[in-house]
Design a protein around this ligand. Structure first.
Ligand code: SF4
Length: 333
């Protein structure tokens, strides 16, 4: 397990600057073992610390409701970059960069990049400070390197699970992408969003591998999900109420499309969209998910009914073609 930069000095300074008296600490799964240490830091800075025990999947999920309900004057959100703007709330994002060497994973990636002259470089926020050295490494190996900046995220080259605007900004100019980071979800998103080959350089396992076959497999599954919803008559349109997941406009659009094409659709809103929660609604034949796209893409097999993204639902309803959707992205608007 790597160590992380929790920016302790900044936390103390911000608590003092804001004169915060009660602070909610929120972090994703992998950082929860550090919660007590961080709470102690907050207490030593003179505030009451309250650790959020709920799951936290992304920057979209910032604990603003919880802070209000607990009378807290500051939320410290660890592990993600700033996404939700709320001028009424004091929320500080601590990006929590990983302190881990990436060079060995980059070495492993070079043979996989041999056929590609120009490489797009991307990463998650945990490794964002390594992009400059990764670029230099690739350039020394003879590659031309582009880091996209679509202007929507905190950093050039960064991707998050629901936003691939940075790689998309340079997709036309590169032969392949290199993603620096662990896990396959982000790299899959880059492959699906750009149609380019994607190599992962995983510094946690010091290895590199291609994600192209997985992307093809995922596309086949998504096509099967659309087909499985072909005869569905009644749809639940899912709205996420977490601050950065609320897309009521998308939900209303999906409902209008459903009704225009002779289907019935009802709006549903929730914090956690889980297979167990949806099992309570046997009247729905299928769902359209306007909240976090990971719900549809990560583990569709866990849901008993098809759970489509809005773009997939538009394919089902004949509003766009499958190829249009591939060009647009499975869930991007
Ligand atoms: S909506 Fe999903 S993918 Fe996007 S930031 Fe939130 S958890 Fe991550």
């Amino acid at each position: 397990m790597p160590s992380f930069d929790f920016e302790e000095q900044r936390i103390v300074k911000e608590i003092q600057r804001l004169n915060a008296k009660r602070v909610v600490l929120q972090m994703p799964q992998g950082l929860k073992p550090e919660a007590a240490k961080l709470a102690k830091l907050v207490e030593d800075a003179g505030a009451v610390a309250i650790i959020s025990s709920d799951p936290c999947y992304g920057a979209c999920d910032i604990a603003l409701f919880e802070a209000e309900s607990l009378g807290a004057d500051l939320v410290l959100h660890f592990g993600h970059s700033k996404m939700v703007r709320d001028d009424n709330a004091h929320a500080i994002y601590i990006e929590t960069h990983a302190k881990i060497d990436i060079e060995s994973a980059l070495q492993q990636a070079l043979p996989l990049l041999i056929d590609y002259k120009t490489v797009g470089l991307t990463t998650s926020v945990q490794h964002i400070t390594t992009l400059t050295s990764a670029k230099q490494f690739l350039e020394t190996a003879g590659k031309a390197v582009l880091i996209g900046d679509g202007g929507q995220l905190a950093h050039a080259g960064q991707v998050i699970g629901c936003n691939y605007s940075n790689p998309k900004a340079v997709a036309d100019q590169v032969d392949a992408f290199l993603f620096v980071g662990g896990g396959i979800f982000h790299a899959l998103g880059i492959a699906l969003g750009t149609g380019k080959p994607v190599i992962i350089a995983d510094p946690y396992d010091s290895r590199a591998y291609s994600i192209t076959d997985e992307a093809q497999k995922l596309l086949k599954h998504r096509y099967a999900s659309i087909m499985a919803a072909k005869d569905a008559k009644t749809f639940g349109i899912l709205i996420g109420v977490k601050p950065g997941q609320k897309h009521l406009d998308h939900a209303l659009k999906a409902k209008a499309i459903a009704e225009k094409t002779g289907r019935t659709a009802y709006l549903m809103a929730g914090r956690e969209i889980t297979p167990d929660a949806l099992m309570e609604f046997p009247q729905f034949d299928a769902y359209v998910n306007t909240a976090c796209p990971r719900i549809s893409l990560d583990a569709p097999g866990k849901f008993q009914k098809p759970i489509l993204t809005v773009n997939e639902f538009m394919v089902l309803c004949g509003e766009i073609s499958w190829n249009d959707m591939i060009r647009k992205g499975l869930f991007e608007n």
